[in-house]
Design a protein around this ligand. Structure first.
Ligand SMILES: [Zn+2]
Length: 278
């Protein structure tokens, strides 16, 4: 009997010590990695995409759009606050070798200035391999972004980030998927070195969590050490990702709830609000 009472007391203590469900677990979220392309529109209409965001509790999203018209149509069909990024490489139809197209930076400047009813807040997603990091077009785009205070989303190796900050120390970079080698010690090092670097955790739910979907210790430590440097996201790189959208957001909310509430809130929406003020 005694041991049952002790067990009950221990369970009660455990329940009291567990934090209340963090708002990040069920409150509104900002999704920092949403692709929406003309080719997707036939399968996922702007209304359907807007509904997917709303049903998942997304009240803000970073939209990577190659065309102003695509962005405007999604924006009109969505209740969420959408932050537009000009997807230059997709506009050129050159996902990985865009930096070798003649006059990329000049064309990007024209597109940004033309606007077509969109006030672009950033450039990307730019896929770039380490071997392409010295391409003059990449360097010119970094200068353009720094000059216009635009955020550049880079999908690439650590060497690309190092070179970017050698070329344009003031540029604001959003490192897609927390880089190609998402190891907490490496990220800790890069975040300390480059104060204008932030990272999104899209595609990384399996990396961040154990088999039960709970946050791994090393990631808990990294995220609590740098609570203002990370954003969450889904990455709707395909129509299939739109179909799974709600499930991916639910998995993200599960590990967000493992963080101290104020850290969860920062990742869920506050960091995005600071980076992209209304
Ligand atoms: Zn992406």
């Amino acid at each position: 009997m005694n041991h049952i009472r002790r067990l009950a007391a221990a369970l009660l203590l455990f329940a009291l010590a567990s934090p209340a469900t963090a708002p990040a677990a069920d409150g509104p979220l900002f999704d920092a990695h949403v692709h929406y392309r003309p080719a997707m529109m036939a399968s996922i209409s702007p209304a359907e995409a807007g509904r997917s965001l709303a049903e998942a509790g997304i009240d803000g999203a970073l939209i990577l759009a190659s065309e102003a018209t695509t962005f405007r149509r999604l924006d009109a069909a969505s209740a969420a606050r959408l932050v537009p990024f000009l997807d230059i490489s997709r506009r050129l139809g050159r996902k990985t070798d865009w930096m070798h197209v003649e006059g990329v930076a000049e064309r990007a400047r024209e597109w940004l200035e033309a606007g077509e009813g969109v006030d672009w807040a950033g450039i990307g997603e730019l896929h770039i391999r380490a071997g392409d990091r010295f391409a003059p077009a990449f360097e010119a785009l970094l200068h353009l972004a720094a000059e216009r205070d635009l955020v550049v989303m880079i999908h690439g190796d650590p060497a690309v980030i190092d070179h970017a900050y050698t070329v344009a120390p003031a540029v604001r970079i959003l490192w897609a998927h927390a880089g190609t080698y998402p190891y907490p010690p490496l990220l800790d090092d890069y975040l300390r070195r480059y104060p204008n670097l932030v990272a999104d955790l899209s595609m990384r739910n399996p990396t961040l969590t154990d088999a039960d979907g709970r946050l791994e210790e090393a990631w808990f430590e990294l995220l609590t050490r740098h609570p203002d440097r990370f954003l969450v996201g889904v990455d709707t790189f395909s129509v299939n990702r739109w179909t799974e959208y709600g499930d991916i957001v639910t998995a993200t909310r599960t590990w967000l709830a493992d963080l101290p509430p104020e850290v969860g809130e920062a990742l869920a929406r506050e960091n995005a609000a600071r980076l992209f003020p209304e």
